[in-house]
Structures are given as C-alpha cells and as structure tokens.
Design a protein around this ligand. Sequence first.
Ligand code: F6R
Length: 262
Amino acid sequence: MRIIIVEDYEEMSRKSAKVVSERLRRKPDLVLGLPTGSTPVGMYQQLIKAHKEKGLDFSRVRSFNLDEYWGLSPDHPQSYHYFMWHNFFNHINIKPENVYIPRGEAENAETFCNWYEHKIKEEGGIDLQVLGIGRDGHIGFNEPGSSLGSRTRIKTLTEETREDNSRFFEKKEDVPYCAITMGIGTIFEAKECLLLASGDNKAEAVQKCIEGPVSTETTASLLQLHSKLIIIVDEEAAKNLKSKDYYKHTQRMAEKLQAEPR
Ligand code: F6R
C-alpha cells in the first residue's frame, strides 16, 4: 500500500492525474476503470489540461465506469453517462466506441451485467482502477454487507448514500434507490488501484479502509489485500489515521530517494 497524504483537494487532483498520465504514457492502450462523484472532478480537469497543453493521448484508451444509477437513461442530467461525457470524455480524444458505462436502462440487468464482466476481460482486464470512497466505506456502489467476491450487479443504495448524492438532484426523492455497480471482486481484479479521498467527512471511512479489519462493513477494506494500491488522501481525510506520522515519514523517504512511497 502506498499512502500519499497531500495538503488539499487540488494537490490530490494533481498527483492522481500524474499517476494516470504516467501509466498512459507507458501503455497508450491503457484500460482505465473510472469513478464519478465530486472526488475525481479535479483529476479529470488536470487530465483535460494535460491533453490540451501536452498532447496526452487517449485515442487508444478503453474505459469502464464503475457504476450507473438503475433506471436513469444515458441522457438524464444526473446519470453517470451524462456526468462522464460532460466532465471528461467530451474534452479529450477518447473514441466513443471505447467508452463503457453500465446501462441504467438495460432491459435485462443480469444479461447486461454478465456482458459487462465479459467485456472487461475481453479488453484485457483493467490496468488502472481509479476509485472514490463513500462515507460508509463503499467503493463503486458496494454498500456495507456486499460480498467481497461480488461481481457486477444491481445493488440497493443505503439511505446515507442517497442522502449524500441528493446534492446532485433537485430533491432527495429523485435519487434512485438502486445502481448497477462493478462488484468488489471485479474491482479487486484490476492490475492496479488508485483510491482518492478528500475532506473530513471521509476521515472515518479512510481510517477503516486502511487500518481497520478487512470486512464487508467497509467494503473498501478489501483493498488492503491488493498488491498494487496507491491511496492519495488530503490532510482532512487522513486526520483519523493512527499511523499517519509513519505514512508521512515513508513519503519523505521516498521523495529523498525519488521513488514512490512504500
Ligand atoms: C461513483 C462511485 C462512488 C463514489 C463515492 C464517493 O462512481 O463509485 O463510490 O466514488 O460515493 O463520492 P464523492 O466523490 O461524490 O464523495
């Protein structure tokens, strides 16, 4: 686990965009796993900037989104399809046919979910999975109680998640009750994971994810078992970490040696 504690949201966004750019320069046909929500918006802006100013090339990238609200059509302004095109894909040179986002209106959810899993494998598996984290410790929409081996499926959202996400909707009643989400097992198969968190409302979830027991109570905690994981959190999100000083120490050592913290 490489834990990088940064000052604030801006630094988290810059550092995470740097990780994505480096992986992309190394492998131009990178398979990316992507989240929505407030957390990655700054990273997307940095990547758009790198595309426009430095020619960062997405023409061979394939991308798979983590989730989509069940029941929302792709052109619904609160759908994750809309979010991704609006905040990222419309501003880079990714090919539309290489973008995969779960379909909230799939006629047969089970068939669709199996196809999504199959497609990820067919494209060679996810090279880098970027993740945000919910206040209840979810990644994707794998709410507490989700099997740690779960695959892409429909999941019922907790009231806490619906409440948190109601800021994007006119009123809470409009927030869907379910979402299609990659499973914890699906996410875990990514070759590398990059988890981002910002703000003190994420501090408890971040502490449980990094230092708590591996448990379905905090589904992000399974990431502790992943052999290639980078976590970039800002000071506020890191405030409950018991070994915070040690993580910072490893970070300083890595900077000295010009390596990544371990
Ligand atoms: C969204 C997703 C969720 C969010 C999480 C945090 O695609 O997978 O797990 O990453 O709910 O959301 P924000 O970033 O809005 O706090």
